[in-house]
Design a protein around this ligand. Structure first.
Ligand SMILES: *[C@@H]1O[C@H](CO)[C@@H](O)[C@H](O)[C@H]1NC(C)=O
Ligand SMILES: *[C@@H]1O[C@H](CO)[C@@H](O)[C@H](O)[C@H]1NC(C)=O
Ligand SMILES: *[C@@H]1O[C@H](CO)[C@@H](O)[C@H](O)[C@H]1NC(C)=O
Ligand SMILES: *[C@@H]1O[C@H](CO)[C@@H](O)[C@H](O)[C@H]1NC(C)=O
Ligand SMILES: *[C@@H]1O[C@H](CO)[C@@H](O)[C@H](O)[C@H]1NC(C)=O
Ligand SMILES: *[C@@H]1O[C@H](CO)[C@@H](O)[C@H](O)[C@H]1NC(C)=O
Length: 261
């Protein structure tokens, strides 16, 4: 009798474990990320792996289906890497991890987050390239990676981000040309590329967003761009910020506009 109860108990325990394992994948991923981070301010104290899901943890928000939609850890004092497992939090909409000391590279797997609206990794210590996979997140509205030490090119796949409003990549070590494909992003309002090592010219496709799109700020200052824009007649050029020219009238191609004004 006692043995039967014991056996039943073990079986129930095993079933519970199996259920736990299958239902708390998202919690497991975040807990693994917790272990990989240094957390001197103990902001992750509530991230308890034994709970049924991570939905009651501080800095984590779930939808009605107990699936994680937000991680809010801006200015939280955490340091360490971003785990590639984060790309499995399939309902994630907001990654707010700005103002920390995150280092290492941005995982390519984040391109699998097809519901992501905002990727805020600004002001960290991230290195390596910007994954071109991020170009497949068609829901993305805010991509702010400024003030890290990212290298390599701006992925041309970003031309597929047709809901993007803010692309802020300033103060990194990005090189190569500004992709003309960015001209496809008619929703773009802020394009900040200042303080990198970009070369070549500003593509007309991108400049034209001032007219055919909603671009209200384009900052390309402090790069290695050669500044030859071979067109005239563009209006709204005051949005272009380039301290190497005293005013927009000094920008090659715009003198005619200034004379008319
Ligand atoms: C809720 O989550 C389950 C398990 O992940 C999934 O199969 C289902 O499609 C989700 N439902 C909604 C409405 O997201
Ligand atoms: C991140 O910083 C930690 C602590 O300074 C260091 O041990 C680790 O090597 C760094 N990782 C990378 C990829 O730079
Ligand atoms: C996620 O993305 C990576 C790299 O982009 C890919 O290799 C992997 O198969 C993807 N995983 C899933 C579950 O889709
Ligand atoms: C993005 O657009 C380019 C063409 O500009 C295309 O070749 C590519 O397959 C698209 N998708 C991704 C994820 O880059
Ligand atoms: C950024 O990375 C580049 C290339 O790896 C390196 O030369 C440079 O010193 C780094 N800058 C900072 C501020 O860490
Ligand atoms: C430009 O902005 C206006 C007002 O916010 C908006 O209605 C319109 O859809 C935007 N156009 C594009 C191409 O994003």
């Amino acid at each position: 009798m006692a043995a039967q109860f014991a056996a039943a108990g073990v079986l129930t325990g095993l079933l519970a474990l199996a259920t736990f394992a299958s239902c708390n994948t998202e919690g497991d991923i975040l807990y693994k990320q917790r272990l990989a981070w240094k957390d001197p301010n103990n902001v992750l104290k509530s991230w308890d792996q034994t709970l049924a899901n991570p939905c009651t943890w501080f800095h984590v928000t779930c939808n009605n289906n107990n699936s994680v939609v937000r991680v809010d850890l801006g200015n939280a004092g955490i340091s360490g890497p971003l785990l590639s497992d984060l790309g499995e939090l399939e309902n994630l909409q907001y990654i707010e991890l700005y103002g920390n000391r995150l280092n290492g590279s941005i995982p390519e797997t984040l391109g699998n987050l097809t519901n992501l609206i905002s990727l805020d990794l600004w002001v960290n210590l991230l290195t390596g390239p910007i994954p071109s996979t991020l170009g497949s997140i068609s829901t993305l509205r805010y991509l702010r990676l400024y003030q890290n030490n990212l290298t390599g090119p701006i992925p041309s796949s970003f031309g597929n981000l047709t809901n993007l409003r803010e692309l802020k990549l300033q103060e990194n070590s990005l090189s190569g040309a500004i992709p003309a494909s960015l001209g496809n992003v008619k929703t773009l309002q802020f394009l900040e590329l200042n303080g990198n090592m970009l070369t070549g010219t500003v593509p007309l496709e991108v400049l034209s967003l001032v007219i055919v799109g909603n671009l209200t700020e384009l900052n390309i200052a402090r790069n290695n761009l050669d500044g030859t824009v071979t067109s005239s007649g563009l209006r709204g050029t005051d949005v272009i910020v380039n301290p190497s020219f005293d005013s927009v009238c000094d920008y090659p191609g715009y003198a005619e506009d200034c004379m008319m004004a």
